[in-house]
Design a protein around this ligand. Structure first.
Ligand code: UT7
Length: 337
């Protein structure tokens, strides 16, 4: 059994992460701040979510600013110039404007003149969707250097009068440069999926073709995130667990070979349940939700960057990323760092 597992841990890698970076705005909202804004308490928020603080963009800051700041750090660490970038793929649901894509603004800010640039709308799974695409592009030989980003300013679509949602969200961006593998490490497997039948449980209804922006939609507070918390919670626990089990099984990697599990940071109770499902002890689970809250597509690349910066994830370590978000969307990426 052990031999079989070891044999199976010998993989063919197409792409690898060569640089990581993240950026968050300076301004912080603490649980105590929320006690002054809505009927809530530090105790409730910590107990029910694990969150203590979240970063909120000052007036004038836009999503592409955070994305570009995160990208510059990742590019420097990967020793990649702006001209070298072939594609910029950003997972975001809170872009600078309705259109064009935030990736277009980031391309311009970086002066990445040779890069095709586009966004992916997959809510909290946006970064893992971007990673799968980047890996496939590299495997195909089409591109050699891809900038993937998860970037959000959820504060701009958060209803600060609704205690059920306002305490949850924060702003930030995380970036990863993806390039051809050196042959010894990289992305082992990616798996993304969608379950559209529960799409309305987590959404922002206003401003699209169904409810175009009007005085009415503003009055009805339809330009804010709306979430059926408990239903989303249950779906997140089941779906993230299923995704983690599937990717490990399909890749032939026993859970105990993982050095680190990084899931979307929406709720410590969901993270704990996912770890339990694949029997990963909590020492091998990276959690930073207490500092940043739920930053949607940005949460995984921010956590991944911090894990590397803190030395928790090191070269040749096996790491599993798992996400779940509005759509519903979900995904898992298994890689050797
Ligand atoms: O990022 C994409 C995926 N998102 C998620 O995965 C989020 C999933 N959902 C959750 O994490 C949890 O459902 C929440 C954190 C959103 C809510 O926690 P919960 O334990 O499911 O609470 P609940 O919605 O069942 O509400 C329990 C009680 C309610 O009071 P009553 O009706 O029992 O009197 C709520 O009104 O807690 C109340 N409540 C609050 N109380 C104090 C809800 N929000 C707050 C709050 N402060 N901020």
């Amino acid at each position: 059994m052990e031999n079989l597992a070891r044999e199976k841990l010998d993989f063919k890698y197409d792409s690898m992460i060569t640089g990581l970076g993240f950026a968050v705005p300076k301004k912080v909202l603490t649980n105590k701040d929320f006690e002054r804004m809505v009927d809530t308490s530090d105790e409730w928020i910590v107990e029910r979510t694990g969150m203590k603080e979240r970063h909120i963009g000052e007036e004038g800051v836009v999503t592409s600013d955070l994305c570009a700041d995160a990208a510059k750090i990742a590019m420097e660490r990967a020793n990649v110039s702006a001209e070298q970038i072939d594609a910029i793929i950003i997972g975001t649901i809170t872009g600078d404007v309705g259109f064009p894509a935030t990736a277009c603004y980031v391309q311009n800010k970086l002066n990445a003149v040779n890069a095709v640039a586009f966004d992916i709308s997959a809510a909290c799974s946006g970064f893992l969707y971007a990673l799968e695409l980047a890996d496939a592009y590299i495997a195909s030989g089409k591109y050699k250097t891809i900038l993937t980003i998860g970037g959000e300013m959820l504060s701009r679509v958060t209803d600060y009068q609704d205690r059920r949602t306002c305490v949850l969200f924060g702003d930030g961006a995380g970036a990863a440069i993806i390039q051809p593998s050196d042959g010894t490490r990289g992305i082992i497997s990616t798996y993304i999926g969608t379950d559209g039948h529960l799409a309305d449980l987590l959404m922002m209804p206003g401003g699209g073709s169904k409810y175009p922006a009007s005085i009415e939609t503003v009055k009805e507070r339809m330009h804010y995130i709306q979430m059926a918390g408990q239903e989303v919670f249950k779906a997140a626990v089941k779906t993230m667990g299923d995704a983690a089990v599937k990717i490990l099984h399909d890749s032939g990697v026993p859970g105990d070979k993982l050095k680190l599990l990084i899931t979307h940071q929406a709720n410590t109770r969901i993270i704990n349940a996912t770890a339990k499902r694949i029997k990963i002890p909590m020492e091998k689970v990276f959690i930073n939700i207490e500092k940043y809250g739920n930053t949607s597509a940005a949460s995984i690349p921010i956590a991944l960057t911090e894990a590397v910066e803190q030395g928790v994830l090191q070269k040749d370590d096996l790491c599993l990323l798992v996400s779940f978000g509005g759509g519903f969307t979900f995904g898992a990426v298994l890689f050797k760092y």
